[in-house]
Ligand binder design. Sequence first.
Ligand code: 5GP
Length: 114
Amino acid sequence: MSEDLFLKIISREIPADIVYETDDVLAFRDVNPQAPLHVLIIPKLHIRTINDIQAQDAELVGKLFLAAREIAAGQGIAEDGYRVVMNCNAMAGQTVFHIHLHLLGGRRLDWPPG
Ligand code: 5GP
């Protein structure tokens, strides 16, 4: 857990371009953006992967989506459309083991993803 990069962003040990913050959620721009808007939305509570989400985390996880909705509206992409995605473990390409919702928008997004 001490190696959790995103906890260091929460504590401001590592700088990030923060776009949204509440008592239990933080969102910041991805350092390697895959779209004109690419924001990572994380709970301040450390949860490693989707597999580790507990029933009592349901409200907190729901807040990640409320944050996505607000950020998309604030960035003016809500009506055009956007994507939220959360990778789980190696086969899906998860590289940071603190759950995070990717919010991607500002360009046409293909489906299925690679
Ligand atoms: P994952 O591959 O785990 O779904 O997504 C991790 C994301 O974190 C990647 O898109 C990567 O670019 C981003 N990332 C990794 N390190 C940093 C960092 O230090 N700062 C920011 N803002 N994003 C990071």
